[in-house]
Design a protein around this ligand. Structure first.
Ligand SMILES: Nc1ncnc2c1ncn2[C@@H]1O[C@H](COP(=O)(O)OP(=O)(O)OP(=O)(O)O)[C@@H](O)[C@H]1O
Ligand SMILES: [Mg+2]
Length: 283
């Protein structure tokens, strides 16, 4: 007696496909192809993160081998469901979550595990998802905090930030705690820009804002990027994010699920079905 699965080919109706095994196999092949594509594309990137494994609790990994890169002058978006690990990835790159394996490289120099203040000095800026301003301090004092490692540059950098956010300059003596959500977001971005970063990591800058203010934030992010600052932006507002970014990543369960240009991702039927349907229509 013969076993159909062993004897027949794929076209043979007797061929029995172990669908789970085939799926796993395809997944592995896909992962290898994705890694190869990342490795060649990330060469010479301004900032790159390779095969990042990280988590908060011992023995529990939140990131399971994420790859990310951003070229000089690029605007890169990261989207994905709640809990996918988007914030964790930014925090890991910025030295706020311990990286268990993998590497982060800035302009060819390893920066894996360096502390946040060291990274700020090296040109990495970070705006966290929450609690990103000092509410008891004025706008001006918040901006000073962003420059505590180079206070002498205040006048020059304040002028730059005021050019991007004129409303902040006009109200520089106002406490950040009395500002609207949108204005606070501008203060937070302004603070991160004070050290003249070459790359800015933004975690959900439009979260919790009205649609009009969301538009303003996206406009500002583009403006910041146009001044030459590379940007990595995590966003729940997936469609808008993909509209403005050069390239995007879809993160799911701590892994890269899809990566392509913003426009290609926004039109990819799989991405639409899996990630844009609910994410995109929820805001
Ligand atoms: N400080 C923490 N301690 C322990 N677990 C955490 C901590 N922060 C996040 N996590 C867990 O890590 C996982 C990923 O969280 P993360 O905040 O990175 O997701 P996210 O993609 O940014 O989600 P969201 O869209 O809701 O912001 C979640 O399961 C979350 O519960
Ligand atoms: Mg998050």
């Amino acid at each position: 007696m013969t076993t159909p699965g062993l004897q027949g080919g794929l076209d043979d109706p007797g061929f029995v496909v172990d669908s789970k095994a085939a799926e796993a196999d395809a997944q592995v092949r896909g992962d290898v192809a994705d890694r190869d594509a990342h490795l060649s594309a990330a060469e010479g990137a301004l900032l790159r993160a390779d095969e990042i494994v990280a988590g908060y609790v011992p023995g529990v990994n939140i990131l399971n081998g994420c790859d990310l890169y951003v070229n000089d002058g690029e605007l890169v978006g990261i989207i994905g469901p709640n809990g996918a690990g988007k914030s964790t990835l930014l925090k890991a790159v910025f030295g706020l979550v311990t990286i268990r394996s993998g590497s982060v490289v800035l302009r060819g120099n390893p920066i894996t595990g360096l502390k946040a203040h060291t990274l700020v000095r090296q040109g990495v800026g970070f705006v966290p998802q929450t609690e990103n301003v000092f509410p008891g301090l004025t706008i001006e004092e918040n901006l000073e905090m962003g420059l505590f490692q180079a206070p002498k540059r205040f006048a020059e950098r304040f002028e730059f930030v005021a050019g991007l956010f004129p409303a902040l300059a006009q109200r520089r003596k106002q406490r950040a705690g009395s500002l609207s959500g949108g204005e606070r977001q501008m203060v937070a971005m302004g603070r991160a820009l004070m050290m003249e970063p070459s790359v800015l990591l933004l975690d959900e800058p439009s979260a919790g804002l009205s649609p009009a203010l969301q538009d303003e934030v996206f406009l500002r992010v583009r403006q910041i990027n146009k001044t030459g600052v590379s940007v990595v932006m995590v966003e729940q507002n997936a469609r808008r994010c993909l509209q403005i970014c050069d390239r995007g990543y879809v993160l799911d369960q701590g892994r890269n699920a899809y990566t392509a240009s913003g426009a290609d991702l926004a039109h990819d039927p799989k991405v639409i079905e899996l990630y844009l349907g609910t994410l995109g229509s929820s805001r």
